[in-house]
Ligand binder design. Structure first.
Ligand code: NAD
Length: 268
């Protein structure tokens, strides 16, 4: 029997075929999951978010494809109402969403603007809370939520800047939500991925250096693949992980355990 046979879920955060949400979606679909998807609203003629997402998810038999800007409660309400109507109760929610205004993300934290901070926190951290509140109304027993984070939320990673603050808040929200929703039998976890080339990571300063660091310093001496993140994300939301909640699972070739560079890279 497939791991996700009879399971249904909502996926927030596919922008294109490089998105981490797409990597996780493919693994869940391969295990029999039925899913609904959201995309950023098409704000003007040039933005073809819906078209790009539909091209990927329609062949999977998407149960629902809807616009959703997570800064808008009415958008989130509409998605969960449509999910309830068209899919019934669901088993998982994938939160793979982040944003910070480029001017605030690329500079030092001491220069972050008040508005940039608010927007980045709202989209990248508060949104998990807003999805969790709605999800608990329609999750089946044993249901789970998963969000995507990065080591820059635990330790200072030069170049990650404002997004590091957002990921700290997201990981803390994961733990508090896990504690609160555990009484209902729901799980909430975070997957801390190593660097992958996506639209979001293109906005992070010195990304090429980050990739090189993982090749040099991680225990596995390489970068991770989108497929590896996809499989681990699929695992965390599945019943195989039924005893895991409030966890941040690192899928980063082991980079997070290193406290200093390997001796041969330290010089004399
Ligand atoms: P991505 O750009 O493909 O995905 C980010 C998604 O956020 C996009 O689908 C975008 O439409 C969505 N989004 C942005 N603002 C939104 C809003 N207001 N409302 C709704 N959706 C909005 O990039 P990705 O790398 O797949 O990012 C997915 C998640 O993974 C993010 O949380 C990111 O921080 C995290 N992550 C990425 C990496 C990496 O190296 N790529 C590493 C660790 C964690």
């Amino acid at each position: 029997m497939s791991l996700y046979e009879g399971k249904k879920g909502l996926v927030f955060g596919i922008a294109n075929d490089r998105s981490i949400a797409w990597a996780i979606t493919q693994e869940c679909a391969a295990q029999g999951a039925e899913m609904g998807f959201t995309h950023l609203p098409d704000s003007d003629e040039r933005r073809k978010n819906e078209k790009k997402v539909r091209k990927l998810v329609d062949p999977l038999g998407a149960k629902l494809v809807m616009p959703c800007d997570v800064t808008k409660d009415e958008d989130i309400d509409a998605v969960f109402a449509a999910a309830k109507e068209q899919m019934g109760n669901i088993d998982f929610v994938l939160h793979s969403v982040a944003f910070a205004p480029p001017a605030d993300l690329t500079g030092p934290v001491y220069n972050v603007s008040r508005d940039g901070f608010k927007l980045a926190m709202e989209i990248s951290a508060y949104s998990l809370i807003s999805l969790a509140g709605r999800a608990r109304e329609i999750l089946n027993p044993g249901g789970s939520l998963l969000c995507l984070t990065y080591l820059g939320g635990e330790k200072v990673i030069p170049g990650y800047n404002l997004m590091g603050l957002c990921k700290s808040a997201l990981e803390s929200a994961t733990e508090y939500l896990a504690a609160e929703l555990g009484a209902d039998g729901f799980r909430v976890n975070a997957l801390s991925a190593g660097p992958l080339r996506t639209i979001s990571s293109a906005g992070v300063g010195e990304f090429n250096k980050m990739l090189k660091l993982y090749e040099t310093f991680s225990p596995l001496k390489r970068n991770i693949s989108a497929e590896e993140v996809g499989k681990s994300g699929m695992f965390l939301m599945s019943d195989l992980a039924s005893g895991i909640t409030g966890e941040t699972l690192h899928v980063d070739a082991g980079y997070h355990v290193m406290g200093a560079p390997p001796l041969d890279a330290q010089g004399d």
